[in-house]
Design a protein around this ligand. Structure first.
Ligand SMILES: O=P(O)(O)OC[C@H]1O[C@H](O)[C@H](O)[C@@H](O)[C@@H]1O
Length: 543
């Protein structure tokens, strides 16, 4: 088996081995492998009873393969080359990493940004097949994408029934709707939670349609599965013990480094698994993705196929299973229920309330505290702050010991790639131009100004991932939300709002939840998106 967990740091190894010994004495590795729901205490038991199905997926998901072969053959025969996936959190992050790793194209819609959705709609609608993936069948973003694509197909004279494939849990409202609409429905295993669903239909259906070899993923997972019952040479146990022991010792910022890995985008998937599973009751592990280690004493670096304090090597299918097992182990060590997400609903409810109360009127954005060029600043700031560099400085100074800054961008994730580049530009020049227009560049620019971790998330995608940790985990985060004016909005058919209005209401809803906890939270609103991003980045360079 080519899956292994090794330690590049002796102190981390020693600490992990103490935790392993304790877990082995308690019979945990075997019990978890057998699906024992009592491992997280009596309060978690009822939920754990219906959340451990992921342990069996390397075998049970095989049953899906013949159905997937047929679906793929039909799509190919009909020339449906453009695969769009509408899904949030666990329902999109696994297919995203599977397809990026297999180097097959998949358009992922886990956004409410109208520009990003319009770009997908404008791309080969006549050859598009849309996978609508939602376990609950009620997620507002995914429901909006379905409505928008149904209308777009109808407007183009295309019958949506031939173009929409639904993946959901048995009995969900989406299953009912799909049956009534004549859509292809593939049901998932209801005993697996969203973030553990990589090897269910949620991970496999869109990936197979996009052209990935999903049978191989199951083979890789099946190969590592027997090791998960062992006391020795159990990579899930070793990783979980290392993560849990480090967090208990105060090293609860998990820097994920995949710089040498052939697996593309794994940290984004691991982030939602770990943040949503552990970030609750004031405890948790904060994944830090896309930032260099800072050597702070509350940090542990884990490498995916990359040298680090803890190094996790192996193929993607095995990595999924090992990280899921490890998260369940870390959850036990931390004393939390790794299968619920008690605080995700808060921001959602705030958003629904904001939309309802606003009716047809403007959303309650308030008046800006100050305006700097194309950027409005909303939020409480010290009086001496007069411009954007001052805002950044104030936020960085506000990060408490052991705290972090989270940048949360409710913007178009792909807009930077639309910026025209000179025809003869070198690859370096092109990436420089992109970086100069990419809001995500703010992470690196602010990270070098502080010893504390700086994370970056796209909204509303992070609400289904680190959003749980921000609200339920240790209360030491400082938050910077980015929103932007919408040029060409998109109505959500059958709903009294546009995507742009929903996107802004989602940002406001999350801000309400964070401010209610007394967390410092500032919103920067770009009145002109492109100029605003450039202005933000140049202000960050001046800090
Ligand atoms: O698949 P869905 O029911 O649409 O849920 C999508 C996501 O929604 C919530 O945010 C959950 O906390 C996530 O774990 C889940 O992956």
């Amino acid at each position: 088996m080519d899956m292994s967990v090794t330690f590049g740091d002796e102190a981390v190894a020693a600490e992990a081995s103490v935790a392993v010994r304790k877990l082995v004495e308690e019979g945990v590795p075997q019990a978890l492998s057998n699906g024992d729901p009592t491992l997280w205490g009596p309060e978690a038991e009822a939920e754990a009873r219906v959340r451990l199905g992921w342990l069996d997926l390397p075998t049970t998901s095989r049953a899906l393969l013949p159905e997937l072969v047929k679906l793929v053959e039909r799509a190919r025969a009909e020339g449906l080359e453009h695969v769009v996936l509408a899904g949030m959190g666990g329902s999109s992050l696994a297919p995203e990493v599977i397809c990026a790793t297999a180097d097959v194209p998949l358009t992922v819609l886990d956004t409410t940004d109208p520009g990003q959705v319009r770009r997908a709609l404008a791309d080969r609608l006549d050859q598009t097949i849309v996978v609508v993936s939602s376990k609950s069948g009620t997620t507002v973003e995914t429901d909006s994408h379905r409505r928008i694509y149904e209308k777009a197909f109808r407007d183009a004279g295309i019958d949506p029934a031939g173009r929409i494939v639904v993946v959901t849990d048995p009995g969900s409202p989406l299953e009912r709707l799909a049956i009534e609409s004549g859509y292809t429905v593939i049901l998932s295993d209801p005993n697996v939670g969203g973030r553990y669903s990589a090897l269910t239909a949620f991970g496999l259906v869109p990936s197979a349609l996009a052209g990935a070899d999903v049978g191989q993923l199951l083979d890789q997972a099946a190969e590592v599965r027997p090791l998960l019952g062992q006391d020795d040479g159990n990579p899930g146990l070793d990783l979980g013990a290392a993560l849990g022991a480090a967090a208990l010792a105060g090293r609860d910022k998990l820097v994920l480094d995949d710089s040498l890995s052939g697996i593309n985008g794994f940290p984004d998937w691991a982030e939602q698994l770990i943040a949503e599973s552990t970030g609750k009751q004031g405890k948790g592990i904060l994944p830090v993705v896309g930032s260099d280690p800072t050597d702070a004493d509350d940090e542990i670096v884990v490498g995916v196929d990359t040298e680090a304090a803890v190094q996790v090597d192996g193929p993607l299918g095995a990595q999924f299973l090992v990280w899921e097992y490890a998260t369940a182990i870390a959850g036990r060590l931390l004393g939390i229920n790794p299968f619920d997400q008690p605080n995700v609903a808060e921001s959602k409810e705030n958003t629904a309330r904001i939309l309802r109360e606003a009716g047809d009127g403007p959303l309650p954005t308030g008046t800006p505290t100050l305006v700097d060029g194309p950027v409005e600043v909303h939020g409480d700031l010290p009086e001496h702050v007069k411009d954007l560099p001052g805002v950044f400085t104030a936020l960085l100074e506000d990060i408490p010991d052991r705290g972090y800054l989270a940048i949360l961008a409710f913007l178009d994730r792909e807009a930077a790639f639309d910026v025209p580049v000179p025809q003869d530009a070198s690859f370096e020049l092109i990436t420089d131009i992109w970086a100069a227009h990419d809001p995500a560049s703010l992470q690196g620019l602010l990270a070098i100004r502080t010893e504390r971790p700086v994370t970056f998330g796209w909204g509303p995608r992070y609400l289904h991932s680190t959003g749980q940790y921000h609200k339920g985990g240790p209360q030491n985060g400082v938050f910077l939300h980015l929103t932007g004016a919408v040029q060409n909005d998109l109505q959500v058919p059958g709903r009294p709002y546009t995507l742009g209005r929903l996107e802004l209401a989602q940002a406001l809803g999350d801000l309400d939840a964070l401010r209610k906890r007394g967390r410092p939270a500032v919103r920067l609103h770009l009145t002109d998106r492109e100029a605003g991003v450039r202005h933000l980045l140049s202000a960050a360079r001046e800090v």
